[in-house]
Design a protein around this ligand. Structure first.
Ligand code: HEM
Length: 432
């Protein structure tokens, strides 16, 4: 008789974060870890894997003992000295996610200039228009791959439009390639070869960003790049070009794939729960809470890394300086210690914490934007696509092979073919 597969708590259990089954549904494993192995240490890299809500919040909130700066990792390999001046390496040095203390406060101000000053104000019309634009590209077909044709395109297009990059321009296409490369380059676990390829392509595309900055300096517009460049010129703050490009990178890396995955997860879960879909479609007042429930129920991340700065104790385990701690936020979001009936998908659920978007100093600066994106975009999708259904068994949906984020790589859907809104017969824009 074959030996039973070891489960969390068994001495032979090994957590494989790249296992396709884990990506499809990590929740049974995470539930078992919360119960039997809340202090699991990943063999080889010696990282402490935290699965309980209380432990995760404790670590994320405590910047005196734990940092997001990867250079503090005991296994960190610095770039060779001859590459220290490489534009992308310098960029990483000014990364908001890794920054601590006063440097972080400063970068956070810049990111706020980009994301909160006017971005999230009056964004509804832009979101609506973009969602409709994307839906128009496939609505007459009666079928599409939602992950590829909508989820992956919308978040980066929104950032690109917010920056004042022209619609359908070569620059917009190059900006999207920059976003793709950045997501790979800053992923801690991809192979060095892939990283180098992405870094190379990023170096080329960064020139593009610099050109855009230059243009906005000369011809200021009503857009975020202008806001950031003006912040740069403001003597009181004096943000450098490096800080601006690096913050832009962080916005792209932290905001693209997470939101893309949440769009796909959102649609998939609504389709798997027809009563909730009907409620979401017919009652826009539930959409805001629905979006929080989507991000809670199917979190698009796998973990947030932290590095111990001092000797400390977490989950009853002693950790040493430089030790990596993996905070499994998706697990925190299903912890029955803080959430009632956590495995039930309920879009009217009101009371849950917001640690899905982080805790403390590094709390997601794009949370408001992401929520609005999901609310408006999924709203338009269910309003415009009739008789919407998955065109694949849920169990056959392929998942991305990414060690940091989690989400469907492809979501084929089917619906009754409909009519486009945007382009009239003479090619004129007929939107709104
Ligand atoms: C569903 C979508 C999203 C989720 C689940 C999410 C989640 C998170 C989490 C958990 C953190 C904390 C990371 C840490 O503590 O190390 C974070 C930080 C961040 N997020 Fe998001 N995010 C989302 C969308 C976005 C969007 C749309 C943007 C920007 C357009 C964005 C920009 C950022 C930035 C810049 C940070 C770093 C903040 C800092 O270090 O101070 N995120 N996000």
């Amino acid at each position: 008789m074959a030996a039973a597969t070891p489960t969390p708590g068994d001495p032979d259990f090994v957590l494989d974060l790249m296992c396709p089954d884990y990506h499809r549904d990590p929740y049974p494993t995470l539930a078992a870890m919360r119960e039997h192995a809340p202090d699991y240490v990943v063999p080889g890299i010696g990282a402490l894997f935290l699965s309980r809500h209380a432990d995760i919040v404790e670590v994320l909130a405590d910047e005196a003992r734990f940092s997001g700066d990867r250079t503090r990792w005991e296994h960190y390999v610095p770039p060779p000295p001859e590459h220290a001046d490489h534009p992308v390496v310098r960029l990483t040095g000014a990364n908001i996610l890794a920054a601590e203390g006063a440097q972080h406060t400063r970068l956070r101000k810049l990111a706020s200039a980009a994301l909160t000053r006017r971005a999230v104000k009056n964004l509804d019309p832009l979101m609506h228009a973009l969602a409709d634009e994307l839906i128009d590209r496939f609505i007459e077909r009666g079928t599409c791959d939602f992950a590829k044709e909508f989820g992956e395109v919308l978040p980066v297009t929104i950032v690109s439009r917010l920056l004042g990059i022209d619609k359908d321009s070569d620059r917009e296409r190059r900006f999207k390639s920059l976003a793709d490369a950045a997501v790979v380059a800053f992923n801690p676990l991809v192979s060095e070869d892939d990283k180098l390829r992405s870094l190379h392509s990023m170096t080329q595309h960064l020139e593009e960003v610099r050109a855009l900055m230059e243009e906005k300096r000369k011809n200021p517009g009503n857009d975020l790049m202008t806001d950031m460049v003006e912040a740069e010129d403001d003597a009181a703050r004096g943000f450098s070009e490096l800080e601006i490009t690096s913050t832009l990178q962080a916005i792209i890396v932290a905001g693209s794939e997470t939101t893309a995955n949440s769009l796909s997860f959102g649609l998939v879960e609504l389709l798997r729960h027809p009563d909730q879909l009907a409620r979401f479609r017919d009652d826009p007042s539930v959409r805001a809470s629905a979006v929080d429930e989507i991000v809670r129920y199917q979190h698009p991340g796998l973990f947030i890394p932290r590095y111990a700065k001092v000797d400390a104790e977490v989950a009853g385990v002693k950790v040493h300086p430089g030790q990596m701690i993996l905070c499994a936020v998706p697990s925190a979001q299903r912890d029955s210690a803080v959430i009632d009936d956590p495995d039930r998908f309920d879009i009217t659920r009101k009371s849950h914490d917001l640690s899905a978007f982080g805790v403390g100093r590094h709390f997601c600066i794009g949370a408001q934007l992401a929520r609005l994106e999901l609310e408006v975009a999924l709203g338009r999708v269910v309003e415009r696509l009739d008789d919407l259904r998955l065109d694949i068994d849920f169990d056959a949906i392929p998942f991305r092979r990414n060690p940091a984020v989690r989400g469907p790589a492809s979501v084929p859907i089917r619906f009754t073919p409909g009519r486009r809104l945007a382009v009239a017969a003479d090619g004129e824009e007929a939107l709104r």
